[in-house]
Every structure is written in structure tokens, then in C-alpha cells.
Design a protein around this ligand. Structure first.
Ligand code: ATP
Length: 144
């Protein structure tokens, strides 16, 4: 196993978004530590990802034990539970992770994430929708 260093990226929440993110980063030869509280999710992704561990990311102590303080970046990919996502960002802030990326599912969610200390707030569904809209329109122009 590669040593945890500031080049490593923690991905928390292996839903549809998180698992693709963790997979892409792994294929880009980044050290990825993936965390999910569901044992089934951990089991499901353990073959594809280098390090997948089961933990409740809202627990600062659990994150500390996993050596999160050695990572330069963390992405909170939890979407459905605003509470879990906010508490996870808060724990990462408390642990002093230098770059915290967090996924928002609404503008209010985004506001809370930014106010507790997320450095980057992302909207995967909205961003993909915008990109596909542009793609469709630009492709349509080819046929006019
Ligand atoms: P997606 O759209 O990416 O599939 P979702 O919104 O449908 O996400 P979520 O409920 O946000 O699904 O969960 C994404 C993942 O985050 C799940 O695999 C879930 O087990 C995990 N997760 C939720 N809460 C925590 C937590 N406190 N600690 C660790 N993992 C968590």
C-alpha cells in the first residue's frame, strides 16, 4: 500500500457520484482512501479501489484513526443526508484537512457547507445537466 501523503485524496460516500469519482482518481494513479458507512458498499467496491474502509464519517475520532490528517484533500460525496454531509465537513474542518470539497444537493445545503468551512462546493447533477445542455445545443448546430 502506498503511504498516505498530501497527494492522497479521501472520498467519503460511495453512492453513484462517489464511486465514479473514486474510480477515476484511482485510474489517474492517485492514492485514494474511500470511506462508506455501509458494509455492503465497502464490500462492493473493495475489488476496484485500493483502500475502502467502513466508517461513519460524521465521527471525528473515526476519521482521525483512519489517518485522515495525512491527506491533503477530501471530497464529501454524500448527497441525500444534509445532516451527514454537514457533520462530515465539520469533522474534516476540525481535523484540519487543507482542501475540503463537498457535494451540495440544493442552494441552502451549499450555503451551510460553505459556512461550516468547505473550500469547494460542487453540484454534480446541476453541472452535468448544464454540460449536457451545451453539448446538445452545440451538436444541434452541426445539423442546421
Ligand atoms: P448518489 O446520488 O451519489 O448515489 P445518494 O444521494 O443517492 O448518492 P446518499 O444517501 O447521499 O446517496 O449516500 C451516498 C453514500 O454515502 C452511500 O453509499 C452512503 O452509505 C454513504 N454515507 C451516508 N452517510 C454516511 C456517513 N455518515 N459516513 C459514511 N458514509 C456515509
Amino acid at each position: 500500500a502506498r503511504r498516505a501523503d498530501s497527494g492522497g485524496i479521501v472520498v467519503i460516500g460511495l453512492g453513484r457520484f462517489g464511486c465514479h469519482l473514486a474510480g477515476s482518481l484511482t485510474r489517474m494513479n492517485r492514492e485514494v482512501l474511500a470511506i462508506d458507512r455501509s458494509p455492503e458498499k465497502v464490500q462492493r467496491w473493495s475489488a476496484q479501489l485500493d483502500r475502502v474502509v467502513q466508517a461513519d464519517a460524521t465521527e471525528e475520532g473515526a476519521l482521525r484513526q483512519l489517518g485522515i490528517t495525512g491527506f491533503g484533500r477530501a471530497v464529501v460525496a454524500i448527497g441525500a443526508s444534509v445532516e451527514a454531509s454537514v457533520l462530515t465537513v465539520l469533522a474534516l474542518v476540525e481535523l484540519g484537512v487543507p482542501q475540503i470539497w463537498a457535494r451540495a444537493t440544493s442552494q441552502k445545503h451549499a450555503k451551510i457547507l460553505a459556512s461550516v468551512g468547505a473550500h469547494h462546493v460542487i453540484f454534480p447533477e446541476a453541472e452535468t445537466g448544464d454540460r449536457v445542455a451545451h453539448l446538445i445545443v452545440s451538436r444541434l448546430l452541426d445539423f442546421i
